[in-house]
Design a protein around this ligand. Structure first.
Ligand code: 6PG
Length: 248
């Protein structure tokens, strides 16, 4: 695990955009495409907006970039809470990305069906790999101040899922259904990168990174790529409680 701390949210988002651009170039050079699972949340949103800047967007081969989601709210795609809508407005509509490269979760249909369809689509997409394994080049994640990541919320059934790649997950405290990638498919990725910003995250970040293992209560601890690279990009306010803030 590698933890990088930046002085503020602005430098953090710049580092994240550079990281994504570099990984997309490396993946496309190596295998001809780049697969990225996006996250919801305010920190990733700022990064998506920055990626539309010419200083980044012109270096990205959008034609060979495939966009997926790590999680989705069970709402229609034009709903203000939709993660798809957020990414579309912040980034996807502003860059020359073929529509067929956008693979969204269907928040508007029955959650169990949407999860099954997404899993099926992922298996079909990644059948292009020699080993057929569903392996994203990059999964981008945020972390909630309750320790959730993607839509793996504390104490919910999704965090115990070991077979399925995508599940529907009812989150009692939100009184809402979510769709989410499960820990096994996230942990199969080549790169998993957390973006965490702001002092409201400091306490939880310390528990997740330095506290005892209790993934049922702190789902972000479930994320430990098997052979891929785990990177935490955080800003100083979020890192305030860490005893060893720079581990990379
Ligand atoms: C979602 C997210 C979620 C998010 C975290 C952090 O759809 O809610 O995917 O996991 O990334 O809650 O969000 P912030 O960056 O806004 O704190």
């Amino acid at each position: 695990m590698n933890v990088r701390v930046y002085p503020d949210a602005d430098l953090l988002k710049r580092a994240a955009a550079e990281h994504m651009t570099a990984l997309s170039e490396a993946s496309i050079n190596a295998q001809g495409y780049f697969s990225i699972a996006l996250s919801g949340g305010s920190t990733p949103k700022a990064v998506y907006e920055l990626l539309t800047d010419k200083s980044f967007s012109r270096y990205v081969d959008w034609e060979h970039t495939h966009i997926f989601w790590g999680d989705e709210r069970c709402v229609p795609p034009d709903h203000t809470e939709s993660n798809y809508r957020m990414a579309r407005l912040a980034l996807l509509d502003q860059v020359p990305l073929p529509v067929s490269n956008i693979h969204r979760m269907k928040g508007e249909i029955d959650p169990a069906q949407a999860a099954a369809e997404y899993e099926q689509m992922l298996r079909q997409f990644f059948a292009r790999r020699r080993d057929g394994v569903v392996r994203f080049d990059l999964v981008l994640l945020g972390m909630g101040d309750d320790g959730h990541t993607a839509s793996l919320f504390p104490g919910t059934p999704a965090i115990e899922e070991n077979e399925r790649l995508v599940v529907e997950n009812y989150v009692e405290k939100l009184e809402a259904w979510r769709l989410t990638l499960t820990a096994p498919v996230i942990n199969a990725a080549e790169h998993v990168t957390f973006l965490v910003s702001g002092k409201s995250k400091a306490e939880m970040l310390q528990q997740v990174l330095e506290g005892p293992e209790q993934p049922y209560d702190l789902p972000a601890q479930l994320i430990q790529p098997a052979s891929g690279h785990l990177l935490w990009l955080i800003d100083e306010p979020a890192a305030a409680r860490l005893s060893k803030p720079n581990q990379g």
